[in-house]
Write a protein that binds this ligand. Structure first.
Ligand code: BJ8
Length: 425
């Protein structure tokens, strides 16, 4: 911990005592979950470095940007069109919301029966332990679920929050509403930054974000190979870092990692034996540093090869379609791309089970683990339809409902081991 960092955190009004406790807790967890893995790609060194200095270098970059009048825009959901943020010269940052550490802080205000993701993110603000929240000029929320949208009302008492209305259906009327929300968001960002979004700037931003999506697609395609050249934990970490790292650098690092994985594939080198059970996880997102389920699964010798999740395929599967450099057409292409995210907040949402069936085949999985955060009603309810659909397709599925605490780890391990025993060839 450098004196520079401590000064920066002080300037950001961080509660240094709690913050020390948070960082001190993260180190041993990262050691156990990540650094103890064998045979990791050298390209993961970058991600280890990023986590090792998780509240240092990147926050410093955001502060430098702010010093010259630049804005930082924080988000919680993949529905927020980051292209518009980049195009206005601001920096988007996906906020961490994956630790139990900040949950008790949030429970002083929010009901306990709220999902851990909401409590964790709100607790970061209440406890003043996240420099990314502190460094942001605007937090952009969305109306994806009731817990989040009501939390944003309270969060707004602490820091400026703007909420985008995400429709609940996929009708033409809903698409029109969403298109209007994207246009309104453009105006909000222009006002925040004082910069006009031009067709040229927006085209560059579309290319930037699409470039990162293509790199993530490349990484995931490499996970389809048997034996798989990278662990699920490492692929998850690379995806999680994409939410807050600089997009151009991130794309470069992802492609460098994939170059290395290409060589591993060519040499038939994997991180697990070719016959290790292959698992697809589907459900709620896993915000950094939520590595709990992957760690449990991979500690048993199975390997996670895909996540149908917002910290997985829902984040990057679709690109914004190329259009002429014309603002109206670009905004329509952006609205269309984001409306095609198959989040459980939609009703009906039959596309999601379709996706899981397709992915299960593409990634040659032996089973699906349906993951939902406790008190997340949208994913919990959708788990029922998912189970029916996968049963019809003959794809084994295990339902896991959990939070960020370790209290149920023993019980989960037993259930996962029993599931793996059942699906073994
Ligand atoms: S697009 S999945 S990132 S909303 S887990 S807070 S839904 S109670 S996170 Fe999500 Fe956007 Fe959808 Fe993806 Fe609510 Fe459920 Fe908590 Fe959730």
């Amino acid at each position: 911990m450098t004196t520079d960092n401590v000064q920066m955190w002080t300037d950001l009004n961080i509660d240094l005592k709690s913050h020390d406790m948070l960082l001190n807790a993260l180190g041993p967890i990262f050691q156990e979950v990540y650094l103890s893995q064998k045979n990791r790609p050298a390209g993961m060194g970058f991600y280890d470095f990023v986590v090792g200095d998780i509240h240092g270098i990147r926050v410093k970059e955001l502060r430098e940007h702010a010093k010259t009048g630049g804005k930082v825009v924080a988000t919680y959901c993949v529905f927020v069109p980051e292209e518009l943020v980049w195009a206005a010269g601001a920096i988007p940052v996906g906020l961490c919301a994956g630790t139990q550490f900040s949950v008790p802080m949030a429970e002083e205000v929010l009901p306990r029966n709220t999902c851990a993701l909401i409590k964790s993110s709100f607790g970061f603000k209440l406890g003043r332990v996240c420099p990314y929240v502190q460094a942001s000029h605007l937090i952009v929320g969305e109306t994806t679920c009731d817990g989040k949208k009501k939390m944003f009302e309270i969060l707004n008492q602490y820091q400026p929050v703007y909420v985008m209305e995400v429709p609940n259906k996929k009708t033409e009327r809903s698409r029109t509403l969403w298109h209007g929300e994207v246009v309104a968001f453009k105006d909000v960002i222009e006002k925040l930054t004082g910069n006009k979004i031009t067709p040229k700037k927006l085209a560059e931003a579309i290319d930037l974000v699409n470039g990162r999506r293509v790199a993530l697609q490349r990484l995931y395609n490499l996970r389809k190979v048997r034996p798989v050249p990278i662990s699920g934990k490492d692929a998850l970490l690379a995806t999680q870092v994409s939410f807050y790292d600089d997009a151009a650098r991130d794309t470069q690092m992802l492609n460098a990692l994939c170059d290395e994985l290409d060589k591993r594939v060519a040499a038939g080198q994997g991180v697990a034996p070719a016959n290790a059970p292959r698992i697809l996880i589907s459900g709620s997102p896993m915000a950094i540093p939520n590595w709990k389920l992957h760690h449990l699964i991979e500690s048993t010798g199975a390997i996670v090869v895909c996540e149908e999740s917002c910290t997985g395929t829902r984040f990057f599967s679709d690109l914004v379609k190329p259009t002429p450099h014309n603002l109206d057409q670009q905004l329509t292409a952006i609205a269309d791309r984001y409306m095609n995210i198959h989040c459980a907040c939609f009703t009906p949402n039959d596309e999601r089970p379709d996706d899981v069936v397709r992915l299960a085949k593409e990634y040659q999985v032996d089973g699906v683990i349906h993951y939902n955060l406790q008190f997340c009603h949208t994913y919990a309810n959708e788990g029922h339809k998912m189970a029916e659909r996968l049963e019809k397709e003959g794809i084994p599925m295990l339902r896991i409902e959990t939070d960020y605490s370790d209290e149920d780890s023993g019980q989960l391990r037993t259930r996962i081991e029993a599931f793996l025993e059942m699906i073994k060839h």
